[in-house]
Design a protein around this ligand. Structure first.
Ligand SMILES: [Zn+2]
Length: 140
């Protein structure tokens, strides 16, 4: 596990990492949990808040959005979710995607899975901050 600040420093002057340098297309710097037929499950090397079991689910194909998943990839998801539930030993976990059509650090789509509970008031706080930023920039 590495300090997330290392990742943030890597990304400092970059808008995004493009396919040529995509860390998810390469097998380097990974902590593989399990390879599936169309997906791989890894531990995030730069986890949020030092959370030890911050997992990333990544299709092998370099695609940027869920809408580009094919039927084979989609059909494997129930088996993967069964595995993830067992991985977290039936304790609660939550997942999210920073899916966007404009900006994210690594464009290769990846689904986050973290142990614990994502409380709705935490989401509201995040959205409030986002709303303030948008207002400041007069984008809404
Ligand atoms: Zn990629």
């Amino acid at each position: 596990m590495k300090d997330r600040n290392i990742w943030l420093e890597k990304m400092k002057d970059k808008e995004s990492i493009w396919i040529e340098d995509c860390p998810f297309c390469k097998d380097e710097e990974e902590t593989l949990i399990k390879k599936f037929k169309y997906w791989k499950l890894i531990k995030n090397l730069y986890p949020y808040n030092w959370i030890n079991k911050h997992l990333l689910l990544i299709p092998y194909r370099h695609i940027e959005h869920t809408k580009f998943l094919n039927n084979k990839e989609l059909s494997e998801l129930p088996e993967i979710y069964e595995f993830i539930e067992k991985f977290f030993k039936w304790m609660n976990y939550f997942s999210f995607i920073r899916e966007t059509n404009w900006w994210k650090s690594v464009k290769h789509i990846h689904y986050h899975f973290l142990p614990g509970i994502l409380f709705s008031n935490s989401v509201e706080w995040i959205l409030k901050q986002q709303h303030e930023l948008l207002k400041e920039n007069q984008k809404i």
